[in-house]
Each structure stands twice: as structure tokens, then as C-alpha cells.
Write a protein that binds this ligand. Structure first.
Ligand code: ADP
Ligand code: MG
Ligand code: ZN
Length: 480
């Protein structure tokens, strides 16, 4: 059997974080009542005219610059004609011939090394409404709130060869766009949507194979499984002497398989033509310079600064900058005077662990820097020990409690008063003559049980090192 390699290119739609829609003043707010955010323009009423939202262009340019694109000084909108009930105009305003950004690239780390993924173009367009199929009533309902929400579509070159690279690429886009504040890029909520174009070819062959496009991939896991599945499906077809048909396929993540939605349409089918209701877009050097000057500090720059300014390992800096939210917590907590490495440890350790366990999104984190700084302080000054600190952190994570208040109210402060601790230990010793006897008889390991009992008696709040020291001292003096 020949060996095959997989070739993948992505079309990624990103909903921009503007307050209003791309061609009208309607709100883009998520969660409104159906059809609340609509007007004659986004409902496609005859005679209405679109007015371009400047912020959309600004975001598109900012993303283009961050992804190393050329920014078109002259670009145009085009009409993509198709009939579908979620699209009241019967056409979508998009950009086909002269997109706003072209010819970019982004470097991603996947597997051993870094890989350059080229970006063919970024264009601006409007989103469609949402159809809701109600099987019970046997009707389809339409919500036009999303109609006219601004999107950018980022089209990559077919430069990826496996799921790992695809996910690294998507995470990179999410990070960059998140830093710019242009979108929150949530796959699950649909503010980022990735269509995966995939083909296979025998290793060594230059020509690309016929591709399929997979839609409806709303998690990294689904993307991974869909890629694996489609790769196998195509190889099998070829091995059986059949042909891969260029088509759009819908991934059913529950069933773990894809099915054909339609054979791939050509640009021709859409009867694209220049949008007559909008002027060509001319972008001045001055505006581009302004957008460049306003670019916030990005991950790469933060990594270098963190290493220099805070003296934390590169690994830490890379982990923290992988999410904008982590950098905010890190920087603000350090600003309050906390030790940078300790802050980093809480973020890389417990924060990431609980996030994973709870399947939470970093942007929803609710840890206030003030409370994290406080927690670090009370560990440093030995008010609590490190295992209690983890319990307290969980409360900071979940309810953003004030660690000091929480420790006081739950009597978690470390028993570090030697006199008090000695009293407790003496009681434990008298209650456990067998272990004491074992210890005296030379079974030094018996001390472990006694430490455990003491920790239990103090509800885990004692300083374990101190317990050990006192126990040894008291045991050694015991028989005398
Ligand atoms: P269309 O406009 O018909 O959708 P494009 O040329 O814009 O086609 O390509 C869409 C996406 O598919 C791009 O991301 C591109 O990199 C990718 N792509 C194109 N050809 C292939 C192929 N043979 N195998 C894998 N991906 C491909
Ligand atoms: Mg395309
Ligand atoms: Zn509107």
C-alpha cells in the first residue's frame, strides 16, 4: 500500500466584537430575544442601503497586520447571490475579487518544531441569520439577530498536514485575535468557525489531491476526529480505485462520521458581482499607521518582557501568554507586589489544572489579582501551609473569596505555635501507644502515622515540617 500524506487548508470565520452590525446600527449583542436586533437593512427590505461600519474595517486591518498580511489600499465588496431563508437579501455582501488583506503568514509550534502557515487572504462579510428547526411543531423558525453581524474570513494556504498543526494554528489565531480584542473566538459558541479542507496524496507527489470541505466542527476534539476520519475515508476510496469527489461534508460528532451535504459549488454558481450599493474602500497610510501604533503588546513581545523584567523561565512566559486572560491576572497580581514566579506557579499549576478539570474557558476566569496576591502573602508568612493553600485557592477560583477572611472564618490558619502544637502531639502520643512503642523499638517509619494523626487533629492546618521536628524531639525524650 502506498503511503499517503494529508494536506489541509482552513477557512476560518471570526465574528468581530463590534457593538453594531456591519451595515446597519443594530446591536450585535448575544442572547437577545429572537429578531429583537433587526431593522429594514439587515432584514433585506427593498430600497434600504448598507452603510459600512468603520470599526469592522479597523479590526480587519489590525488582524491582517498581526498576521503579517499586505493591507489592500483599495478593496471592494461583492455580492454573493444565493437564496436561503436565513439570508433575507438573497445575497451576502462579501469580498471576492479584492479582499482587504492578502498574502500573510503565521508561525505555529506543533510537534517538534515551528511551522509557517501562509494566509492567502482575509476578507470581510456579513453573517446570515439562524434557522431553528422545531420537529415537534414541524416548523422552521428564523431569527435574524445574527444577520449582518460582521465576520472576517481567514483563508489559509493548504500548508497543514495533521490535526495537531490545525489546532495549533487555530489556537494561534485565537490568541492573536483575542489580544487585539477583535473577537473572543469561541468555537463552541460559534464566534469562531473553522471549515477544514482536506485532501490526501501519495507521499512524494507534487500535485494536490481532490479535496473535501468539512463543516460544523465546534470543538478541537471534533476537528481532530473529523480529520482522522476523513483522511481514512479518502485513502480507502483511492485504494479501492474510486475517486474522491469534491464536496462539502457535514461532520456528525455524535456518530463520529461525516456525510455529504452538497457537491462543492463554484464561485460561478454564486453570480458574484461588485456590490453596487457600496463605494470601493480606500484606506489611507495614515489610518494604517494609526492602527499599527495602537496595536497592543502581543504574546511574542510579552514573552521577552516577562523574561527580562520578571526573571521567570521562558516556559512560564510562554504558558502565561497563551491566553490573554492569564496575562491580565499575572500582570495585575505582580503589580500588587506579589513574587512573579509564585504568581506564575499558581497560574500554570492549579489554575490550568482546575480549568481543564472543569472544562472552563480561561476568559471566564474570575480570580481577582488582589485575592491571588493575598493568598501568596499568607503562604509566605506561614499563616497557612501549602496544602491548605490549594484548598483556599479553589475557593478563590470558584467564588473569588478573600483568602484572609476565608482562612479566618474556617479556622484554617496554621498551628505554628510550638506550645499549642506540643500539647496536641502529647495527646496523640498518649492515644497511640502502639505506634510509639514501634518507634521506640526502632521502627522509625511509625512516625509517619503519628504525623498523619497530628495533621488530622489540626484539620491539616499544622506546618508539617514543624510537626515532624516536634514529634522527633518528643519521641526521643519519651522513654526517659
Ligand atoms: P474555494 O474558493 O473554492 O473554497 P479556495 O481556493 O478558496 O477554494 O480554497 C479554500 C481552502 O481550501 C483554502 O484554505 C485552501 O488552502 C484549501 N485547499 C485548496 N485546495 C486544497 C487541496 N487540494 N487540499 C487541501 N486543501 C485545499
Ligand atoms: Mg473559499
Ligand atoms: Zn439592522
Amino acid at each position: 500500500m502506498a503511503e499517503y500524506e494529508t494536506v489541509i487548508g482552513l477557512e476560518v470565520h471570526v465574528e468581530l466584537a463590534t457593538k453594531t452590525k456591519i451595515f446597519c446600527g443594530c446591536s450585535t449583542k448575544f442572547g437577545a430575544r429572537p429578531n429583537e436586533n433587526t431593522c429594514p437593512v439587515c432584514m433585506g427590505m427593498p430600497g434600504t442601503l448598507p452603510v459600512l461600519n468603520k470599526k469592522v474595517v479597523e479590526y480587519a486591518i489590525a488582524v491582517g497586520l498581526a498576521l503579517n498580511c499586505d493591507i489592500s489600499r483599495y478593496s471592494k465588496f461583492d455580492r454573493k447571490n444565493y437564496f436561503y431563508p436565513d439570508n433575507p437579501q438573497n445575497y451576502q455582501i462579501s469580498q471576492l475579487y479584492m479582499p482587504i488583506c492578502t498574502n500573510g503568514f503565521v508561525n505555529v509550534t506543533a510537534g517538534e518544531g515551528s511551522k509557517k502557515i501562509r494566509i492567502h487572504e482575509i476578507h470581510m462579510e456579513e453573517d446570515a441569520g439562524k434557522l431553528i428547526h422545531d420537529d415537534e411543531e414541524d416548523v422552521s423558525l428564523i431569527d435574524y439577530n445574527r444577520a449582518g453581524v460582521p465576520l472576517i474570513e481567514i483563508v489559509s494556504e493548504p500548508d497543514m498536514s495533521n490535526a495537531e498543526e490545525v489546532i495549533a494554528y487555530l489556537k494561534k489565531l485565537k490568541t492573536v485575535i483575542g489580544y487585539l480584542g477583535a473577537s473572543d473566538c469561541k468555537l463552541q459558541e460559534g464566534s469562531m468557525r473553522a471549515d477544514v479542507n482536506l485532501s490526501v496524496r501519495p507521499v512524494g507527489k507534487k500535485e494536490l489531491g481532490t479535496r473535501t470541505e468539512m463543516k460544523n466542527l465546534s470543538s478541537f476534539r471534533a476537528i481532530s476526529r473529523a480529520i482522522e476520519n476523513e483522511k481514512k475515508r479518502q485513502i480507502k476510496l483511492i485504494e479501492n480505485g474510486e475517486r474522491v469527489i469534491q464536496q462539502t461534508r457535514h461532520w456528525d460528532d455524535k456518530k463520529g462520521e461525516s456525510y455529504s451535504m452538497r457537491s462543492k459549488e463554484d464561485a460561478m454558481d454564486y453570480r458574484y458581482f461588485p456590490e453596487p450599493d457600496l463605494m470601493p474602500l480606500i484606506i489611507s497610510e495614515k489610518w494604517i499607521d494609526e492602527i499599527k501604533a495602537n496595536e497592543p503588546e502581543m504574546a511574542e513581545q510579552k514573552i521577552e518582557r516577562y523574561i527580562l523584567q520578571f526573571n521567570i523561565p521562558r516556559y512560564d512566559a510562554e504558558q502565561i501568554t497563551s491566553e490573554k486572560k492569564f496575562t491580565e491576572i499575572f500582570e495585575e497580581t505582580v503589580d500588587l507586589g506579589a513574587n512573579p514566579k509564585k504568581v506564575s506557579n499558581w497560574i500554570m499549576g492549579e489554575t490550568m489544572r482546575i480549568l481543564k478539570e472543569e472544562k472552563d474557558e480561561p476568559e471566564n476566569l474570575n480570580i481577582s489579582p488582589k485575592h491571588l496576591a493575598k493568598l501568596i502573602e499568607i503562604v509566605d508568612n506561614n499563616t497557612i501551609n501549602s496544602s491548605v493553600a490549594k484548598d483556599v485557592f479553589l475557593q478563590v477560583y470558584k467564588n473569588d473569596v478573600d483568602p484572609e477572611v476565608f482562612v479566618r472564618e474556617n479556622s484554617l490558619a496554621q498551628v505554628s505555635d510550638a506550645g499549642e502544637l506540643e500539647g496536641i502531639i502529647l495527646r496523640i502520643l498518649s492515644e497511640n501507644p502502639k505506634s510509639v512503642g514501634d518507634y521506640m523499638a526502632g521502627k522509625k517509619k511509625a512516625i509517619g502515622f503519628l504525623v498523619g494523626q497530628t495533621m488530622k487533629a489540626t484539620k491539616g492546618t499544622a506546618d508539617p515540617a514543624m510537626v515532624n521536628k516536634l514529634l522527633t524531639k518528643l519521641l526521643n525524650g519519651y522513654g526517659n
